[in-house]
Design a binder for this molecule. Structure first.
Ligand code: SF4
Ligand code: SF4
Length: 402
């Protein structure tokens, strides 16, 4: 008896429908392979929010008994295949129902597989993916992240391509023929999608990852209080609204010290402090109170708190003062303002390199205007739709008043 346990790690809302299609496709393919299967979402991630890491699971088993045994658990503790649908998830995942940051490969079993959609190199991804105490295989499906929304779906074949890759990774559970038959019979299937699955089956790239490889950083974590340590009754303690910075010349808003929101982010604001006119709009409008007020009255977005919504870029009245850039091109959450204060010329060079990085263009928050997906899909599926519709990053620049 044997089972194949897989998790599908995705960006809440943006990839909700995509993940559900993949999970359903796995189960349907299992049935076509003469096996049993079940798919379910992670209860703790509902209701979802834009971009927040979330999970679906799919289990394929040789027999009903084996499937029932796996279903008896709240959720799998280990997965044979972890599927990450966006490469910025490589930095780790923290949904609002988890307790600290989890490495993307945390549940992957020794010698299991982490499958990602990415246009980055293996080496670049391994700078972000945390080290693991067992070897595993990193498999890449060459494509940029497929983002859409609750009411729109981006028909770029990502679901079919992931299923084709799975047939290559776990052929004893999901044969390619079974996967193709399942895709063809799905309500969203087509001959073209079957072809995409076959192509991906042949083209998926793999690399063995040793225990010595990966990001050595210890992920953020904290101790949950024991039940006997909790206070009686329901009280909401008062707290400071802000902490003064540099003798009160600036200040830092009080934030939840435990919930670090940055793994929700797929883009981050890069700020040109020399252009800032100190209008306060970013600070007022940021839905997550991410901006620290600096002693010179400019505003620094705190990268542990920023969820990458892009509101600050949209409201800033100054052209190219705030630019949203693909999260994949950053290696840390250090303060941009401190970097700028230390060496303004060096900061200008850093900023230009980040905004101009080719990888930064392969990013979109999803559906932004009517016809966008059609425009993107005109690009070749062969290159994974590398170039996105013109205007990213700095898409709002031409509309600025200043
Ligand atoms: S992108 Fe800007 S507005 Fe959105 S959370 Fe980050 S700092 Fe705040
Ligand atoms: S919105 Fe732009 S100009 Fe206004 S304070 Fe923020 S960064 Fe400066």
């Amino acid at each position: 008896m044997a089972a194949l346990i897989s998790e599908i790690i995705y960006r809440g809302i943006f990839q909700k429908n995509l993940a559900a299609r993949i999970a359903r496709g796995i189960v349907f393919s299992a049935r076509k392979s003469g096996r049993w299967g079940i798919a379910f979402g992670r209860y703790g991630d509902s209701p979802q929010r834009n971009g927040i890491p979330a999970k679906d699971f799919a289990i394929v088993a040789d027999s009903k008994e084996e499937l029932e045994q796996n279903m008896a658990r709240f959720e799998p503790k280990h997965t044979d295949v972890s599927i990450a649908l966006d490469d910025t998830l490589a930095k780790g995942v923290e949904s609002w129902a988890w307790y600290g940051l989890q490495p993307i490969n945390r549940l992957t079993v020794p010698n299991g597989t982490l499958l990602m959609t990415s246009v980055q190199t293996f080496g670049d991804l391994l700078k972000d993916i945390h080290k693991k105490d067992a070897p595993y295989t990193l498999a890449l499906l060459r494509a940029k992240a497929s983002f859409s929304g609750l009411w729109v779906y981006k028909e770029d074949h990502t679901e079919a391509r992931v299923l084709g890759a799975l047939a290559r990774i776990a052929p004893s559970f999901l044969s390619l023929d079974a996967v193709c038959q399942a895709i063809k019979e799905m309500e969203w299937g087509s001959d073209l999608k079957v072809e995409s699955a076959r192509k991906t089956h042949d083209r998926v790239e793999t690399r063995a990852v040793k225990v010595t490889e990966g990001n050595a950083e210890i992920p953020y974590s904290f101790e949950l209080p024991k039940w006997w340590e909790m206070r009686e009754g329901v009280t909401i303690p008062a707290h400071f609204t802000h902490l003064p910075k540099e003798a009160g010349k600036g200040y830092v808003p009080e934030r939840n010290p435990y919930f670090k929101k940055f793994t929700t982010r797929t883009m981050r604001p890069v700020i040109d402090f020399d252009k800032c006119v100190k209008c306060t709009l970013c600070w007022i409008q940021c839905p997550d109170s991410c901006f620290d007020v600096m002693p010179d009255a400019t505003y620094d977005a705190n990268m542990e708190a920023c969820c990458g919504c892009g509101v600050c870029e949209a409201v800033c009245p100054v052209e190219s003062c705030i630019t949203m850039v693909n999260e994949a091109v950053f290696d840390d959450n250090a303060s941009q303002w401190e970097m700028w204060r230390k060496d303004q010329a060096q900061y200008a060079t850093w900023m230009a390199s980040k905004i101009g990085d080719k990888k930064a263009t392969a990013r979109s928050h999803g559906f932004r205007f009517r016809g966008q997906y059609d425009e993107e899909l005109k690009r070749s599926f062969e290159d994974g739709g590398l170039a996105v519709t013109a205007g990213i990053p700095g898409e709002n620049a031409q509309h600025k008043a200043l």
